[in-house]
Design a protein around this ligand. Structure first.
Ligand code: URP
Ligand code: ZN
Ligand code: ZN
Length: 572
């Protein structure tokens, strides 16, 4: 008996389709402009007004909307086996949710299992992800210990597999000691890779946790008590000092506290090339949740480093982002269901570490950053997309709206609201740390490589549509900032004023958390552009949507576009 082919009706736009986005306000990291965008074959082909475009092109009217570069989430964990269990979100559900929230690219972590080589772990992750991702992705690689074999594999990964970043842990039982960090940073520097560090003092945490458990403090509140801010700040400082010895640029992942940010800023002020990523979790909620009487609620917020119980932390971190003390935001999406968090019911050390954020990152940061006046729309773009593209050497292919860039675009309604809930989110996990939060700022259309994957709020992703994007070594932003000036995106039709804030860099060691002031215009709504003059012919007015049947054959043809080993991302 033959299995009937299940035809799934879907509004499918292949990357061959043509798309015109008109009447919107384009926001790049450095300026806003009122221009139309013409897309063909997944690439932005033209920008400007009164563009000449072929008939039959689909037109999206973005009047009154912002047009943003798709979000890049530089920190996710999908299909990840960790602390004796596996994340609730896979590369499919995770990237589907990402797209729904306005993120068009994620960077996940290859996490070798005990005894597994970096290369085998890399191949395994490519296999897990390639057929499932709904948007483009790249990979960082975790160094679970230090050895000459690891050193060799790092070279192969950078030279043959498009890897340009490695993460080292200073906590957990796979942490590296100072001498090992020294060698690993040295190798990153030799290869032109980005050294990333999980900065917490693992030895102090283990001792603190032991003491707390002996005192009978076994609930989730013990998680933060065992990992206080200074334990994070000490590790940030130590990592910066070690990196300095070998002249290696350093990227500190998930900076969660004011103290840790100050430690990082101290080294920046001294001239070190250090970069700080904070999390939407740290910007949108806080550690007071660990005192919640419901275990599922408090354990649902457990991640490392933890959320901080100082309630001024989220706004302080947002201000640090505004001032470029911190450069970018990730989600560290690493989700576990309530039943999985139960593993630590009697001992907080066994609660699987991790929270959600990949779907809600853009909305929560808009709400807490732009809607409060702390971030301009331009800075929002920088910290949710452009800076990740620059640091991981994807810019200007990704992270900006420019001629020649990938058509990864979000049409964003800054006035619309949505209330976050685990009942309605697209992620697979059954808990949401932002439950009940109403956010202004909603993605209405999300275009991934030229394909409309969120169409007027309707999610139309395709499993396996995303591609692995190689990340070349020696990112100019990190290794040679002067060179970045010569890698300018092509913007030919600039016709609007630059609304980017003139950020007054303030020495944070003197003044830990100044609030920047911006004129009201920085949070103004997009221009409602006038109608085309009477009598002028509009050759772009045809609205056309292509509806196709998505059958398995079609799906596999999408997959074949992503051969193992990946395609080169060499672009400019
Ligand atoms: O708690 C966290 N952050 N879980 C994911 C693993 C990591 O350290 O990034
Ligand atoms: Zn980490
Ligand atoms: Zn992580």
């Amino acid at each position: 008996m033959t299995t009937p082919v299940k035809k799934v009706p879907i509004h499918l736009q292949s990357s061959q389709n043509r798309l015109l986005i008109k009447n919107g306000t384009i926001v790049n990291e450095d300026e806003t402009t009122d221009e139309d965008i013409y897309i063909e074959d997944g690439i932005i082909k033209q920008m400007g007004t009164n563009l000449i475009i072929p008939g039959g092109t689909r037109v999206i009217d973005a009047r009154g909307r912002y047009i943003l570069p798709g979000g890049i989430d530089p920190h996710t964990h999908f299909d990840f086996e960790f602390m004796g269990t596996k994340t609730a979100d896979s590369f499919y559900s995770g990237t589907k949710a990402a797209v729904a929230g306005g993120t068009t690219m994620i960077i996940d972590f290859v996490f070798p299992k005990k005894g597994e080589s970096l290369l085998d772990a890399f191949y395994e992750y490519r296999q897990k992800a390639d057929g499932k991702v709904c948007c483009d992705y790249s990979l960082h690689v975790v160094l679970p210990h230090w050895s000459t074999q690891i050193k060799r594999d790092m070279e192969i990964l950078t030279k043959e597999h498009g890897i340009n970043s490695f993460k080292m842990f200073m906590a957990y039982d796979f942490m590296l000691n100072d001498a090992e960090l020294y060698s690993a940073f040295e190798q990153c520097q030799n290869l032109g890779a980005v050294a990333q560090v999980h900065a917490e003092n693992g030895s102090i945490i283990a001792k603190n946790a032991e003491r707390l458990v002996a005192q009978g403090i076994v609930g989730p509140e013990g998680h933060e008590l065992s990992r206080p801010e200074e334990v994070e700040a000490e590790a940030v400082n130590r990592a910066c000092v070690i990196a300095k010895q070998v002249n290696c640029p350093l990227y500190v992942v998930h900076v969660m506290s004011k103290s840790a940010t100050r430690a990082l800023d101290f080294h920046r002020m001294c001239g070190a090339r250090v970069y700080g990523e904070t999390l939407v979790a740290a910007l949108g909620t806080d550690g007071t949740n660990y005192k919640h009487e419901c275990f599922h609620h408090s354990a649902g917020h457990v991640l490392s480093p933890p959320l901080r119980s100082d309630p001024s932390t989220p706004m302080a971190l947002m201000n640090y982002l505004a001032q470029d003390v911190l450069q970018l935001t990730g989600s560290d999406n690493c989700t576990f269901n309530k039943s999985q968090k139960e593993m630590g019911r009697d001992d907080f050390r066994k609660i699987p570490n991790g929270v959600n954020g990949v779907e809600d990152r853009m909305s929560v940061i808009w709400e807490k950053g732009v809607n409060t006046g702390i971030l301009t729309p331009c800075r929002f773009v920088a910290v949710t997309s452009t800076n990740a593209a620059k640091i991981f050497n994807l810019y200007p292919r990704k992270g900006c709206i420019a001629v020649g860039s990938d058509a990864d675009i979000v049409i964003w309604n800054g006035n619309a609201t949505r209330t976050i809930s685990a009942q309605t989110h697209r992620q697979a996990v059954d808990f949401n740390i932002f439950e009940g939060m109403t956010c202004h700022g909603v993605a209405e259309y999300v275009i991934v490589n030229g394909r409309v994957c969120l169409d007027d709020g309707q999610l139309r992703v395709v499993e396996g549509y995303g591609r692995f994007v190689e990340t070349p070594v020696f990112p100019p932003y990190v290794y040679n900032p002067q060179e970045l000036d010569s890698i300018k995106p092509i913007r030919e039709h600039i016709n609007d004023v630059d609304l980017a804030p003139k950020l007054n860099k303030i020495k944070l060691i003197d003044d830990p958390c100044p609030t920047p002031t911006f004129p009201d215009s920085y949070v103004s709504t997009p221009t409602m552009r006038g109608m085309r003059p009477e009598g002028q012919r509009n050759i772009q007015e045809s609205t056309f949507s292509l509806t196709e049947e998505l059958d398995p054959e079609r799906k596999s043809s999408i997959r074949v576009r992503n051969p193992p080993g990946g395609k080169s991302s060499k672009f400019w």
